[in-house]
Design a protein around this ligand. Structure first.
Ligand SMILES: [Zn+2]
Length: 143
């Protein structure tokens, strides 16, 4: 089995249960494991990189919120997190179908989206995705 790796980055803000709003310059590394195709590649790296960029660009310069969290429903343009109410323009918010915007849930979401894109191209790959929040901390998701 072979492995190739692609990476990208995005800047976004999020809230965690016990914290205030803050942001990170996230770096995402995706390792793609599979057999070689007729061209001698696991995957066309440009296409793989485009797929990862496309997903991560959706979060770039946005506030990431969980659409499943009752507290963060966007009504009348207001977002309630615990006792605080924020007014953030709709185009600056991205609601994600995850339980909370921890690095673990976000990296799982990115990995699953990436996998869907590869499946649509009939590519059967195992993937390992790591998302760095800071130079010294990251979360990973893999099959
Ligand atoms: Zn954080």
């Amino acid at each position: 089995m072979y492995c190739t790796e692609i990476s990208t980055k995005f800047s976004a803000a999020h809230f965690l249960e016990s914290e205030f709003m803050h942001g990170h310059n996230f770096k995402v590394n995706a390792r793609l494991y599979g057999n070689l195709n007729k061209k001698g590649m696991v995957i066309d790296l440009d296409k793989a990189k485009n797929a990862l960029d496309e997903i991560c660009n959706e979060f770039d310069h946005k506030v990431m919120l969980s659409e499943l969290s009752a507290d963060s429903k966007n009504k009348a343009g207001e977002i309630r997190i615990k006792e605080k109410t924020y007014k953030i323009a709709d185009e600056d918010v991205v609601f994600l179908p995850i339980q909370s915007t921890t690095a673990e849930y976000v990296v799982e979401y990115i990995a699953n989206r990436l996998k869907e894109k590869f499946k649509a191209q009939n590519l059967n790959l195992n993937i390992f995705v790591e998302m760095e929040e800071n130079y010294d901390s990251s979360a990973c998701f893999f099959d």
